[in-house]
Ligand binder design. Structure first.
Ligand code: SPV
Ligand code: MG
Length: 432
């Protein structure tokens, strides 16, 4: 009986590298190719640009492929149980982090019955580079990027968004992939925080940084990334202005705007009742939502209503009444905020809201109630978790310490061991 050799493709385009793997694999026996499902792909790879069924057909049509299998998990356990391959073959990029966990997993499973892994030199020539670039460009186009947030809500147990305020922070959120205990993970989306966008400019978070400047930040980020963007629209401003904000964000390819039900001089919610903040009345805020929905062109863009009742200590009942009214006015999602350390009130809100509304996406920002896990939030019906400011808050102390130490020692040697090598910064930035 001929030997079975298995490989898994997580790609939208077949290039020289894949053909090379099949050619090498053929020499060992019958070639079986797995196609990674969407939900597994988005854990560590780019979002697929073609539907799963098309990827299956594309691989079935390849010369030398005996059969195509669906691979639902990034790891090989189920496939090995199902197919019992003699070999698993992969490009040798899986000998390095974070993909090394894949190789370790394959090796462990195969060694149980004498199977073997095969590493083939990873092909990265000009043609592969061009294909990578084309996929990236497609993913970054407004019509592809805009709809991706809704797509991700459909396939992720909880969508994870991370704060960005510059091209560099965008790149970090775009590219960071980790592996922990056999699970890969990456951020799904970017949060364009008003707090961090303002802070990066040394300005207070009071709707002072104007929209022209905020759109420029979006443009800087979009220019070097592909992931969907959720924009912190503060109060949305005057209704007459908010419609123009929606128009521009949608055209740019932003996926969602979140506006909060406050009025007058907005202050950051994390001040709570320590500063004067006024909540908008329900009908006026509904009017704003309706106006935004009226000018929206695509079905993909989302206007998410953020409720400040718990922040302003107006009570759960008020928060729920508002949620119901805002959804009825057309809001595509509800963000509920709290500055308590204990997540209890947030979870209570989610449970009560979900009793009546099973589908409207819920968004939370666990800056204060940071003990809560993504799994717990998902269990209570949360769809999007936003890490709203942690990159800024981690970068600033590191920069401050470096500044102090250079002043103290009159040279930079003492800080050098803490710094990222220039070479690594250069490789972070894509060459065109
Ligand atoms: C922001 O990040 O700007 C927010 C979230 O609006 S919070 O700071 O928690 O209010
Ligand atoms: Mg904000």
């Amino acid at each position: 009986m001929s030997k079975k050799i298995y490989t898994c493709f997580s790609t939208d385009v077949i290039h020289d590298g894949h053909l090379n793997i099949i050619n090498v694999a053929k020499q060992y026996g019958d070639v079986y190719v797995g196609v990674l499902s969407d939900s597994a792909t988005v854990k560590y790879n780019k979002f697929p640009t073609i539907p799963f069924e098309e990827r299956v057909e594309m691989i079935k049509a390849l010369d030398g492929v005996k059969d195509v299998l669906v691979q639902d998990d990034v790891m090989y356990d189920k496939i090995v149980e199902q197919l019992h391959p003699d070999y698993i073959i992969h490009g040798d990029n899986w000998t390095k982090e974070p993909l090394k966990a894949l190789r370790d997993n394959a090796e462990k499973l195969l060694s149980a019955y004498g199977g073997k892994v095969i590493d083939v030199p990873y092909t990265y020539n000009e043609s592969v580079r061009r294909i990578d670039r084309k996929i990236n460009e497609k993913l970054s186009m407004p019509e592809y990027r805009r709809k991706r947030l809704k797509q991700l809500i459909g396939i992720r147990p909880i969508v994870k968004a991370m704060e960005v305020h510059s091209g560099l922070t965008g790149l970090l959120v775009e590219k960071t992939v980790v592996e922990r205990e056999g699970e890969f993970d990456q951020f799904d989306a970017m949060w364009l925080s008003s707090l961090c966008d303002s802070t990066a400019k040394g300005k207070p978070d009071i709707e002072l940084v104007d929209m022209t400047s905020r759109f420029k930040t979006i443009d800087d980020i979009m220019d070097v990334t592909t992931k969907p963007i959720i924009f912190d629209g503060d109060t949305g401003g005057l209704i007459e202005h908010f419609v123009y904000m929606v128009h521009t964000l949608e055209r740019m390819g932003v996926s969602a705007v979140i506006i909060e039900d406050k009025t007058g001089l907005k202050k950051n919610s994390l001040f709570g009742t320590e500063v004067e903040q006024t909540q908008d009345d329900i009908e006026h805020f509904c009017e704003k939502i309706r106006a935004g929905k009226r000018v929206q062109i695509t079905d993909e863009f989302m206007i998410i209503a953020r409720i400040e009742s718990l922040i302003l200590e107006k009570g759960m009942e008020d928060a729920l009444t508002r949620a119901k009214a805002f959804v009825a006015a057309g809001a595509d999602g509800i963000m509920i905020h709290s500055r308590k350390k204990d997540p209890a009130e947030i979870l209570e809100f989610c449970d009560l809201f979900r009793k009546e509304d099973k589908t409207t996406p819920i968004v939370v920002v666990p800056s204060s109630f940071n003990v809560v896990t993504e799994e717990e939030l998902a269990e209570h019906g949360v769809n999007i978790v936003i890490y709203a400011n942690q990159l800024t808050r981690s970068a600033f102390p590191a920069m401050e310490q470096t500044a102090k130490d250079i002043l103290k020692y009159h040279r930079a040697k003492e800080v050098d061991s803490r710094l990222m090598p220039i070479k690594d910064i250069i490789t972070l930035i894509d060459e065109l």
